[in-house]
Design a protein around this ligand. Structure first.
Ligand code: GLY
Ligand code: MN
Ligand code: MN
Length: 437
């Protein structure tokens, strides 16, 4: 759990990076219609969650560093208490309770939003806001700005609207000790789920049954939602990178690629494992799997502070190219293949990405046009893969094989801490786990 103290500190760090006389307006997410009159399960906007830990829709966080306040000013606009609505849609915290719980200076209900925004924004020089994130929030903010500008005798309208995202997203790149602890929990739940799926798998099972096994393990541990659409691709479906149909029956002899991660207290895990449905790798499957594993282990040995993701990507491409030539899948010299980037037809995605509240987490990968070195506190995935479609000119025994191995790591002062080490990835370990059924 992230403490209220940590949320307050994040708010202060945000305000410290805004110009003087600034107000930050951070709206929460709204419910989204799934069909007719039913909605998707509510998912808070990651930026709002990062600053508050508050899981109600249609709320606003308002922060100011204006010297007219004694110290940093915090306010919230919340859904109003409404006994009738709460019987149908669930409990609401309400403004009064929010005031206590979140250490606010002011709180009011959503019905008062236009007047409250008017009063708070008036007199500030700069508004920090994520324009374009929510159409309704844009409307609310611009209506107030219009009002302030059209009555200049009574009001002082802000001079500029700044994007709050670059500041907030840079903060989100570096995870605190508490965030790492929550992400470790998400990773451990996900690790158990992958092991459960490996143990359940048998020829003739369906991809959706494996998905159900994973989601069962997530939910039983308190992670009610996956962090992204679960991918269970058997056989040649493993070569479709974002395959989520998950409706095929798994044939004896197939490999299964599972890319699935739990969302726990807002934070994502992102693990991929590839294993044989019948518990035994064939020789060609071993060839490809061993190469991907070699790449992944070689990258894991190299990753740490000071290295860039791009350097790791190049390294992975070199090891893959060398291996694919040895297997007769690519022809010619390593240097020629690296030059022509021929490997990209079989390894078409990036090596990894930031991980956090969003699975493809926010944050810049370049600073002033230059690749950014990794630093302690960053969390990234390491996920090389090789995908060999059936319609390519490669040795017959490799056609239709797709393998990815993905782990989540925290960059430390000396290297990395692998959060997802609990799921087996050595061939012998996987075979041993699947034999014990
Ligand atoms: N699960 C999406 C990814 O690995 O990036
Ligand atoms: Mn993944
Ligand atoms: Mn990933």
């Amino acid at each position: 759990m992230i403490s209220q103290q940590e949320f307050t500190t994040r708010q202060d760090r945000l305000l410290a990076q805004c110009r003087p006389y600034s107000i930050c307006l951070v709206p929460a997410a709204s419910l989204v219609t799934r069909s007719r009159d039913t909605e998707y399960v509510f998912r808070q906007h990651s930026d709002f969650w990062y600053l508050t830990g508050f899981n109600e829709p249609d709320t606003w966080l308002v922060l100011s560093n204006h010297p007219r306040y004694q110290s940093n000013f915090r306010a919230m606009v919340c859904q109003g208490k409404d006994p009738e609505a709460e019987i149908w849609q669930g409990r609401r915290l309400g403004a009064e309770e929010a005031l206590n719980q979140f250490g606010l200076d002011e709180a009011c209900e959503l019905e008062q939003l236009p007047q409250a925004l008017h009063e708070w924004i008036n007199g500030h020089k700069h508004v920090y806001f994520a324009q374009g994130e929510f159409a309704q929030a844009d409307e609310a903010v611009f209506a107030v700005l219009d009002m302030l500008r059209t009555a200049p005798k009574e009001n002082l309208a802000p001079l500029s609207i700044e994007d709050v995202r670059p500041i907030l997203h840079e903060m989100r790149v570096f995870k605190s000790a508490c965030e790492v602890a929550v992400m470790r929990a998400a990773a451990q739940i996900t690790a158990s789920a992958h092991k459960r799926a490996m143990q359940f798998a048998h020829p003739g099972c369906y991809e959706y049954q494996l998905e159900a096994e994973l989601h069962h393990e997530f939910a039983m541990a308190g992670a009610r939602s996956p962090a992204y659409g679960t991918i269970v691709g058997s056989g040649r479906n493993a070569c479709i990178l974002h395959y989520t149909e998950n409706n095929a029956q798994v044939n004896d002899g197939d490999l299964i690629l599972i890319d699935a991660g739990a969302e726990f207290q807002g934070y994502a895990a992102d693990i991929t494992r590839t294993f044989p449905v019948n518990g035994k790798f064939t020789a060609p499957q071993k060839d490809i799997y061993s190469l991907v594993l070699k790449v992944q282990e070689s990258v894991l040995a190299m990753v740490g502070p000071g290295v860039t993701l791009n350097e790791l990507m190049h390294h992975s491409a070199e090891v893959i190219t060398d291996g694919l030539i040895t297997l007769g899948i690519l022809k010619g010299a390593v240097s020629e293949n690296l030059e022509s980037q021929s490997w990209r037809q079989f390894y078409m995605h990036g090596l990894g990405h930031y991980l956090g509240l969003d699975v493809h987490d926010v944050g810049d990968y370049k600073i002033n046009g230059k690749d950014r070195p990794l630093k302690p506190g960053m969390v990234i995935t390491i996920e090389p893969g090789i995908y060999l479609p059936e319609n390519t000119d490669i040795p017959e025994q490799y056609k239709g094989i797709g393998v990815r191995i993905e782990d989540d790591v925290v960059i430390t002062a000396t290297g990395v801490d692998i959060l997802t080490a609990d799921v087996p990835k050595q061939i012998e370990e996987i075979e041993a786990l699947m034999e014990r059924q």
